[in-house]
Design a protein around this ligand. Structure first.
Ligand code: PMV
Length: 318
C-alpha cells in the first residue's frame, strides 16, 4: 500500500434522507437531494503502519468510532495491511454541521487510493454510504441526489450529481443554536420515527419532493426550491414529534430562528429554513440576502456562518 490524502466537503440535505430500509447496509427508505458546502473540509490521510490506529481531530479515536473507520477499510480490502488513519476538520464541531458526511467521503477516497483499489466515484459513493448515509452525497460538489436504489446489496444506492457548484450561486446560512452533541443520533431517531402514524406519508411523498427540488435546481428557481425544502424538513420533524415515544430536535431558539426568517420573508427577503437531527437552523437564500438572514438569527444563535456551494472532493498520493 501507499499513503494517500483526501479532502471532502460536508453537505446539507435540501430534501431529507430520513429512514432506513436496511439498517446494516445503510440503505435509505427515501431518496434525498443535497447541497455540498464550500470552505469547510475534512482532510483524511491513510498510510501504512505497524498496527491499526485512528486519530480524529488530533486525538486517538474512541473504540466505537475507530471501529467504524477501520470497518469501512475492511469492506474495501478484507485482506488489507495495518493502517494509520489521521482525520481532521478545518471547521470547529461548534460550527454545528454534521461532519460524518465529509469524513466518510474523504475516508473512502483516501482508503481506496492508499490500498490500491481503483474504484470509480459511484463505487466510492456506495462505500462511503456504508459509513454514514449522507456521506454518499459528498463524493460530488454542488447539488447531488441520492437515489435509493432497489437492490438488496445496495450497489445501486449512491449519489448522482445534479448540477456542479458553479451552476448556481446560493447561500446556506447556518444559525448555530447549540453546538452540544445531539441527544438522539440519526440512526436511533430514524428508527423511533418509524413508529409515527405519519411515517407512511413521509415515505410516500419523498420521491415527488426530490423531483420538485431537482427541477427547481436545474431551473435556478430559488422560491420553488425553498418551498419544497421547507416542506421536506417539516415533514421529517413531524415524524419525530408524533413517534410512539415523541422526541424533538428543536430548542426554543430553533423555533425563534425559524420565526425570524419567516418574518424576514414576509418583509420581502426570500429565505427558507431547514433543520437536521439537531437544533441548528440552516437558511437557503440568495447571496445578497445572507447578511440580512444572519442579522435576523443573531439574537437567537451562538453564531451564524454563510456558506456557498462547494466543489468536488480531491485525493493525492504522498
Ligand atoms: O448520514 P446520517 O446517518 O448522519 O443521517 C443524516 C440525516 C439527516 O441529516 C437528518 C438528513 C440528511 O439527509 O442529511
Amino acid at each position: 500500500m501507499r499513503t494517500a490524502t483526501a479532502v471532502a466537503h460536508p453537505n446539507i440535505a435540501l430534501v431529507k434522507y430520513w429512514g432506513k430500509r436496511d439498517v446494516a447496509r445503510n440503505l435509505p427508505a427515501v431518496p434525498s437531494l443535497s447541497l455540498t458546502l464550500d470552505r469547510f473540509t475534512t482532510t483524511t490521510t491513510v498510510s501504512p503502519a505497524d498496527r491499526d490506529e485512528v486519530v480524529l481531530g488530533g486525538a486517538p479515536a474512541p473504540d466505537d468510532e475507530a471501529g467504524r473507520v477501520l470497518g469501512l477499510l475492511d469492506r474495501l480490502a478484507p485482506d488489507r495491511p495495518r493502517v494509520r488513519v489521521v482525520s481532521a476538520n478545518n471547521f470547529p464541531s461548534a460550527a454545528g454541521l454534521a461532519s460524518s458526511a465529509s469524513a466518510f467521503a474523504a475516508l473512502a477516497l483516501a482508503g481506496a487510493a492508499a490500498l490500491r483499489r481503483p474504484l470509480d466515484r459511484v463505487a466510492l459513493s456506495v462505500l462511503a454510504r456504508q459509513g454514514s448515509g449522507s456521506a454518499c452525497r459528498s463524493l460530488w460538489g454542488g447539488f447531488v441526489e441520492w437515489r435509493m436504489g432497489e437492490r438488496d446489496d445496495g450497489a445501486d444506492s449512491h449519489g448522482v450529481p445534479v448540477a456542479p457548484a458553479d451552476h448556481w450561486d446560493v447561500r446556506m446560512v447556518v444559525g448555530v443554536v447549540s453546538s452540544a452533541k445531539k441527544a438522539v443520533g440519526s440512526t436511533t431517531g430514524m428508527t423511533r420515527a418509524r413508529t409515527s402514524p405519519y411515517w407512511p406519508a413521509w415515505e410516500a411523498t419523498a420521491a415527488a419532493d426530490v423531483a420538485e427540488a431537482r427541477a427547481a435546481v436545474l431551473a435556478r428557481d430559488l422560491e420553488r426550491l425553498g418551498a419544497v425544502m421547507e416542506r421536506s424538513t417539516f415533514k421529517m420533524h413531524a415524524t419525530t414529534s408524533t413517534a410512539a415515544s415523541p422526541f424533538l430536535y428543536w430548542q426554543a431558539n430553533t423555533v425563534a430562528c425559524v420565526q425570524a426568517v419567516w418574518s424576514l420573508r414576509e418583509r420581502g427577503v426570500p429565505a427558507w429554513v431547514t433543520m437536521d437531527a439537531g437544533p441548528n437552523v440552516k437558511v437557503l437564500c440568495a447571496p445578497d440576502a445572507a447578511d440580512a438572514v444572519s442579522a435576523a438569527m443573531a439574537p437567537y444563535a451562538e453564531r451564524t456562518i454563510a456558506l456557498a456551494p462547494g466543489g468536488e472532493p480531491t485525493v493525492e498520493l504522498a
